[in-house]
Unconditional design. Structure first.
Length: 173
């Protein structure tokens, strides 16, 4: 915002996406150790929103996921933490909200809140973990993957960080 990006000042949709990211930063708070990563992430999100293709409505959700990952809430996405099998087996994963971890479909416990993530959603989480917002426009997600990611990320943020989006602001739950 300090650089006064022209597109953000004139496109209310893009401005709304940027404000959502900024409000999440404020609500979650930033540790001293994570301040540089948070600043860089927010700057890159603003730069992505200023770009031609950067106005995907998923950007704030992906931003929340990445910010939480950078602040130490990063789930393992490469292998099942229960049996050790690789998550690339084509069966997707099950995200257990309370434990904050991904398990393969064979190890999924029947209790507690959980969300199934297909391969597309799992690949998108990996992509968000690895790449900056400047590259997120490469994600062309199906509606199913968007729904899966929204449920998983929002559930994770609400349970582990204690924040939920309600009436235009993040509230502690």
């Amino acid at each position: 915002m300090l650089r006064s990006p022209r597109r953000l000042r004139t496109d209310l949709h893009r401005l709304g996406l940027a404000v959502n990211c900024q409000k999440f930063l404020e609500a979650m708070g930033v540790s001293l150790e994570g301040a540089q990563a948070a600043y860089t992430l927010f700057e890159e999100a603003l730069e992505a929103l200023e770009a031609d293709k950067g106005a995907d409505a998923m950007l704030p959700l992906l931003f929340r996921a990445r910010f939480a990952f950078d602040q130490g809430y990063r789930p393992e996405t490469g292998f099942c933490l229960q049996c050790g099998c690789e998550m690339d087996s084509g069966q997707g994963a099950v995200f257990h909200v309370q434990e904050g971890l991904l398990l393969c479909g064979n190890c999924a416990a029947p209790s507690g809140p959980m969300f199934r993530l297909g391969n597309e959603s799992l690949d998108a989480l990996r992509f968000v973990q690895e790449y900056s917002p400047l590259h997120w426009e490469a994600l062309s997600l199906s509606e199913r993957a968007r729904r899966e990611l929204t449920r998983a990320v929002d559930g994770f943020i609400q349970f582990h960080i204690g924040l939920t989006w309600d009436k235009g602001m993040f509230r502690r739950v």
